[in-house]
Design a protein around this ligand. Structure first.
Ligand code: ZN
Length: 165
């Protein structure tokens, strides 16, 4: 009787340990790498993107301020990912932030994903295409206060514009 009880106790302890270990492994997996619907090798991306697009989207680079031809684009339409064509921003959410980068007060929900980056010494919220993982820019909270208050500061080279009425 006593032996049986002891065996039961050992079983409970080991099974709890098993569960907590699995949980830890799952959490590690989440923080290390996101999985994207579209994944390509580095060579494939280099082949498909031009040098500037590759620098921004795959190496998380930043284009020169005021260098994007999309900065002054006021046409109606959708801004899509230059790498995979996912719809990311709408023209009605674009505004002139004066920073020299195309700016939006909101993204198309679900199509943009976020990360934290400390690259230039302080915390910024990085944003990337949720479909292919291509880097787009950063989001700050000094945007237009009459709408969302968000300023999505986006590299024009990461976007293609599709005119639409
Ligand atoms: Zn994409």
């Amino acid at each position: 009787m006593y032996k049986k009880l002891l065996l039961g106790l050992v079983l409970i302890i080991t099974s709890c340990k098993g569960v907590s270990q699995e949980k830890e492994m799952a959490m590690e997996g989440n923080s290390k790498q996101e999985e994207f619907e579209i994944t390509k090798t580095d060579a494939e991306w280099r082949n498909e993107l031009d040098a500037m697009e590759y620098f921004i989207l795959r190496e998380a680079g930043t284009e020169r301020a005021f260098s994007s031809e999309l900065l002054k684009n006021n046409k109606k339409g959708i801004y899509v990912c230059a790498a995979c064509g996912t719809e990311l921003f709408k023209s009605e959410n674009k505004f002139d932030s004066g920073t020299g980068w195309p700016s939006f007060d909101q993204e198309i929900k679900g199509n943009v994903a976020y990360d934290v980056d400390y690259k230039i010494g302080y915390k910024r919220t990085e944003e990337h295409c949720a479909t292919c993982g291509g880097h787009l820019g950063h989001v700050f909270n000094d945007g237009p206060s009459d709408t969302t208050g968000e300023r999505h500061c986006i590299n024009g080279a990461a976007l293609n514009f599709v005119a639409r009425n």
